[in-house]
Write a protein that binds this ligand. Structure first.
Ligand code: MN3
Length: 196
């Protein structure tokens, strides 16, 4: 059975950038629903119930056809949100440590260029999806976005930092102002967790 991990901080901890009601609905309703639907999809497949969520997604192409899309959607939703809660923290003011900062600068030119590339990926993702900083199969850092709840794990990429740009993540406070949500969100990034 997959279970909903508790938030690592209070529902109101990310105020004023992300409001308490959004956090409550997002975690307790949306994330819980992904967990419940993932468990329901795996109900008839005891062998698959033994696998970690990462293993399920990495090998998603080989899943039984009747549950494949349900696992991609809901397993992806479970994995993506679990990462999302953990890479945010109240009062974050830190930047990546020297080693990750050096790698970001080498890959993207500067930390600011990395941020603007990531923000652009988040802004331009049409409809619902996620922006990512990942380590790809060649071990290199990469910024891109995915649709829906598609996990980078399905493409052999390890997600380090993810931003949820589904409307449910920001609509109560920001309505149609996705760029403002993205800009404010940078103040919440917990770089210690990204490095882990
Ligand atoms: Mn979400």
């Amino acid at each position: 059975m997959h279970t909903l991990p508790p938030l690592p901080y209070d529902y109101n901890a990310l105020e004023p950038i992300i409001d308490e009601m959004t956090m409550q609905i997002h975690h307790d309703k949306h994330h819980q629903a992904y967990v419940d639907k993932l468990n329901a999809a795996l109900d008839a497949f005891p062998d698959l119930q033994e696998l970690s969520i990462d293993s399920l997604l990495k090998d998603a192409s080989n899943l039984p056809i009747e549950i494949k899309q349900a696992v991609i959607n809901n397993g992806g939703g479970h994995a993506n949100h679990t990462l999302f809660w953990n890479i945010m923290t109240p009062g974050a003011s830190n930047v990546p440590n020297q080693s990750l900062m050096g790698e970001i600068e080498n890959t993207f030119g500067s930390f600011d260029e990395f941020k603007s590339k990531f923000s652009e990926a988040a802004t331009k993702r049409f409809g619902s999806g996620w922006a990512w900083l990942v380590r790809n199969a060649d071990g290199k850092l990469e910024v891109y976005s995915t649709a829906n709840q598609d996990s980078p794990l399905m493409e052999g990429k390890k997600p380090l930092l993810g931003l949820d740009v589904w409307e449910h993540a920001y609509y109560l406070k920001y309505q149609n102002r996705r760029p403002e949500y993205i800009e404010n969100w940078w103040k919440l990034v917990n770089w210690d967790k990204v490095e882990e």
